[in-house]
Design a protein around this ligand. Sequence first.
Ligand SMILES: [Zn+2]
Length: 272
Amino acid sequence: MPEVPEIASRARELNIALAGKTISAVEILQPKCLNVSIEEFTAGLIGAVIENAAYHGKWIQIHTTQGWLLVNLGMGGEILLVTRATMPEKHTIVFEFSDASCLSISFWWFGHVHYVPEEGLQAHAPTAKLGPNVLDLSVEDFRRIVAGQRTAVKNYLLDQSRIAGIGNAYIHDILFMARIHPLRRLESLSPAEVDGLYQAIQDGLRPSLAKNGAFYEKDIYGQKGGFGMDEILIGYRENQPCPRCQTPIIKIKTGSTSSFICPSCQAFPAVV
Ligand SMILES: [Zn+2]
């Protein structure tokens, strides 16, 4: 499933590749991924010129001269810049541009492709309710938003309405680097631990962002991301030695999710 290193990479690629292109046709094979009728969607976007692409949380936001094209890959999928000749067999929606290039979007399970008029972004509930992008936060911002929050650290970091962009894959290494047990209470963290957690978030996400995301996701040209399994410290490495202290990594249940932790480096304090 794509997380912020992958989403931000796709937005960066789309921003460069699509700027100036004019949407000339739209082919929709799965109308239920839209937020409006096919008629409203195509009327809104045909003739639109792409201005830029950015992201908020797991949504890619493509700004056009006629409003917004918003894409959420859900559990995963592909966004590919192709031509009719190189079109992948499986696609959910295709945008054809006046220069004959095409943007093909497909979902592994289910995703969303929304059209929002120029002034409508504030009223688009799925993005309006998101917290700030995690990579846009300064350490001062982070200290301020976590202050007074009373919840488990992992739950807080995964709550997209608080901070947008961290998901289930990168969270393990982030908490490991911060030496924080996922069930620690946010209000129990010392100021030094809060700052350490902020730094671990940066260190856990930015190396992958610099390499166009994880190896299991493709860029818009079909190339795999450069962040490999060997760069993951403890995530998905059950029973392997902790890279810091050699204690075997364990997998534990943390509420509705599983967590990979080093039980020695990320001890759960008896009294917090
Ligand atoms: Zn350890």
